[in-house]
Design a protein around this ligand. Structure first.
Ligand code: DX5
Ligand code: ZN
Length: 224
């Protein structure tokens, strides 16, 4: 399966120079901007909101992939759509009405994603496969960048890959399979083999600054 997409998580970027960081990482060959929203309620951390999304929007033509780690979800959907988001994902545990939230995202002109924590069961996909554009598999517990990849995620990715392919074989729409957490050049091969096509990486990409390597070099490592 392919094509493969790389989505740097700007959570690990230099926030004091965020616009430049977005421009540089996309110019270096990344495909998507992954935008982590945390609310200190659904997850124990606090990050960035629609204002920051709006501020970086003019800096790139690349899709902005908003990963909502917030509860409740719905009020933020139109705000992020207005701020220029292309994809909005949320966690099913954080919405009272998953189907309604998925519909709300699409009504606002965005692609809709459903995000699975390491312990979230896949039955949340059961009645909504027609209504989602992306499935986000967390390979760490959400809340922080720089954590280690949880290997059990590979099994889950393979299970979801089968469901997506089966859905497509029955005439369903395409669904991206995105993996988020602890993705590095050393494990991306295994993750791709398990069936992922979209790879989020924060610390492994933006950490290049400290390691004296360019984003271009690091992204080449991921692709290789
Ligand atoms: C974690 C976030 C991730 C995180 C990934 O809650 O959803 O997107 O920034 O960072 P790394 O690649 O460092 O695990
Ligand atoms: Zn994320």
């Amino acid at each position: 399966n392919g094509p493969f997409r790389i989505a740097p998580s700007i959570l690990s970027a230099d926030f004091a120079r965020l616009g430049e960081e977005v421009e540089n990482v996309i110019a270096a060959g990344a495909d998507i901007v992954h935008f982590d929203v945390m609310d200190n309620h659904y997850v124990p951390n606090l990050t960035i909101g629609p204002l920051v999304c709006e501020a970086i929007r003019p800096r790139t033509k690349a899709p902005i992939d908003v990963h909502l780690m917030v509860k409740p979800v719905d009020a933020l959907v139109p705000m992020f759509a207005k701020a220029g988001a292309d994809i909005i994902s949320f966690h099913p545990e954080a919405s009272e009405h998953v189907d309604r939230t998925l519909a709300l995202i699409r009504e606002n002109g965005c692609k809709a994603g459903l995000a699975f924590n390491p312990a979230t069961p896949l039955h949340h996909l059961d009645h909504v496969m027609d209504r989602i554009d992306l499935i986000l598999v967390m390979s760490v517990n959400p809340g922080f960048g720089g954590q280690g990849f949880i290997p059990e995620a590979l099994v889950k990715i393979a299970q979801i890959r089968r469901r997506i392919d089966c859905h497509a074989a029955n005439g369903g729409q395409p669904i991206w399979l995105e993996v988020d957490g602890g993705v590095k050049p050393s494990n991306i091969g295994l993750i791709a083999e398990a069936g992922a096509d979209t790879f989020v990486a924060g610390s492994a990409i933006f950490g290049a600054r400290g390691a004296d390597r360019s984003y271009h070099e690091v992204l080449a490592d991921f692709r290789n």
